[in-house]
Write a protein that binds this ligand. Sequence first.
Ligand SMILES: [Mg+2]
Length: 196
Amino acid sequence: MKKDLYIDFDSTIVNSDKAITKIYNNKYKDYEGFELAIWQDHKNWAYKEICPLVHIHEEHPSEVIKDYFSSNEFFEYLEFYENAKDVIKELVNKYNVIICTSAFPMNAARKVLWIEEHIPEIDEIIVLINKSSHGYGKARVPMMEEDSIFIDDHPQNLYSTKASSKYLFKLSSTDYNNNWDGPIFSSWKQIGQTLL
Ligand SMILES: [Mg+2]
């Protein structure tokens, strides 16, 4: 029997930060004080450091960032991390691969359609809608079987489930991913080498 392998979507399979900074750079490039947002410098779920003009010009910056995550541009700009698509295509032969993602009401359906269009090999998707979540919120998925594997870029999501093998996907240090002393993946190549 195949083992269950749960994988987060944003900032684990796809480079959501790159899409968000592209939207920001297009929108604010002519504003006073603009500096190009570099996705590799992402540290904070509300993009405070790298998208500061949202926080200066918008009354509710975190709502605006959520709107970015739901926009046409976001799904247009969204890219897989290097090797992610190829490794997932191989993982589905060995595991029941389930994408487990937090979403907002406005982007949930689009996210599922994006997954269906780009990785139709994925058969199961768990979408958690939590309107007040700040980039995490999987505490309601304790049904992850003990004998399963879970990969997520947010330690709090990993801590909240019973999966027996948990891996943090970590490309760089942020203000939310340092409280993890379990195993870390820093590339999809490494995920393939370990799990295939
Ligand atoms: Mg994530």
